[in-house]
Design a protein around this ligand. Structure first.
Ligand SMILES: [Mg+2]
Length: 337
């Protein structure tokens, strides 16, 4: 059997609140994909919002175990996985990154090299501040002084107080993410008010299904609009392109590095800015996303920084900049405790 998997439950260092709710742990899945004597590893960070859970991911991987060998080319791997189920992007992403890891180890090359990318061109990542009281958000912003970019979660009636409190303690670049919380009209009002805090971009101001609403906001907002929940996989990029300034790609939404690359190419063809984000993930999945980061305008790869005990080491953040490991494959190792 070339594929083994088990649950990977990660506790957050502190509860993480966004407009949709609060999370205290992430119920992820670890997998090992072997081909002969070489092993690739991958992580699924399933999100109920995108129709995945730990149990549905494990169910998917059981089915995948009976059809994949571990040695098929990436395009064939994705065709096989689509044949099992149309959804389940998180376990697909885990298999995809394990396949890249395996390939890189076989060729003795880091994944960024397989992708033809220069590791000195990685961007800086943001660090996310979840929704809390203004005083607590200011405290969190102060504690995050190592990070030159903050992503502040918004979508409550206290957004202005919260932003005021954060801005009063930091000169960092600030991005905001409303996670679909507003109507188009409210979004325009909020963003016009937020402009005085010098905000770099806003993610998903309105419902994912409301593309006209996204366009309404983009046409009136002083702050660039990025689609996140509205842009899941490659076919969504063309659909959202007329209505936004950019897209936020996540491996756990699109199904891995291979479809993420397609999304980046389609986005560039449509003159869109490209961001990559993440779920609550260990350094394993974050490093997989990081290998694509030289292609990005904006990185939001901080899931590993929000968990209590990261079981892996790989990508590092130095003065906010992503630093890729140079070992073969993903370059990720189990952390020795
Ligand atoms: Mg977002």
């Amino acid at each position: 059997m070339p594929l083994a998997h088990h649950p990977l439950d990660l506790q957050l260092a502190m509860p993480f609140t966004i407009a949709r709710g609060t999370q205290t742990e992430a119920n992820n899945v670890l997998l090992r994909l072997t081909d002969g004597d070489v092993e690739g590893i991958g992580e699924a960070a399933p999100s109920e919002h995108y129709g995945d859970s730990q149990s549905s991911s494990i169910h998917f991987l059981r089915q995948a175990a009976s059809v994949i060998s571990g040695s098929e080319p990436l395009s064939c791997l994705h065709e096989l996985l689509e044949g099992i189920a149309k959804n389940n992007p998180a376990p697909k992403a885990a298999l995809d990154m394990a396949a890249y890891d395996l390939l890189g180890k076989r060729l003795q090359a880091p994944v960024y090299q397989l992708l033809g990318l220069d590791p000195s061109h990685t961007p800086r990542t943001s660090f996310t501040i979840g929704i809390d009281s203004p005083a607590c958000m200011a405290e969190k912003a102060k504690a995050a002084s190592d990070y030159p970019i903050l992503k502040v979660k918004v979508g409550t009636e206290h957004d202005v107080e919260n932003l005021e409190a954060v801005r009063s303690v930091t000169d960092a670049v600030i991005r905001v993410d409303a996670n679909e919380a507003w109507t188009p009209k409210l979004a325009v009002e909020k963003l016009q008010e937020f402009a005085r805090y010098n905000i770099e971009l806003v993610e998903q101001p309105v419902m994912a299904s409301d593309l006209q609403g996204l366009g309404f906001v983009r046409d009136r907002s002083p702050i660039p609009v990025i689609a996140d929940e509205a842009c899941i996989g490659p076919s969504d990029v063309v659909r959202v392109a007329p209505y936004v300034d950019g897209i936020n790609i996540k491996l756990m939404k699109c199904g891995g590095i291979y479809p993420a690359l397609q999304m980046i190419h389609i986005a560039r063809a449509h003159h869109l800015r490209v961001m990559m984000g993440c779920m609550i993930e260990s350094s394993l999945a974050i490093t997989a996303a990081g290998h694509l980061s030289p292609l990005l305008d904006y990185a939001d790869l901080d899931g590993q920084l929000l968990i209590e005990e990261d079981p892996y080491e790989g990508i590092r953040v130095e003065d906010g900049r992503l630093v890729l490991p140079d070992g073969p494959g993903l370059g990720v190792r189990e952390r020795i405790r």
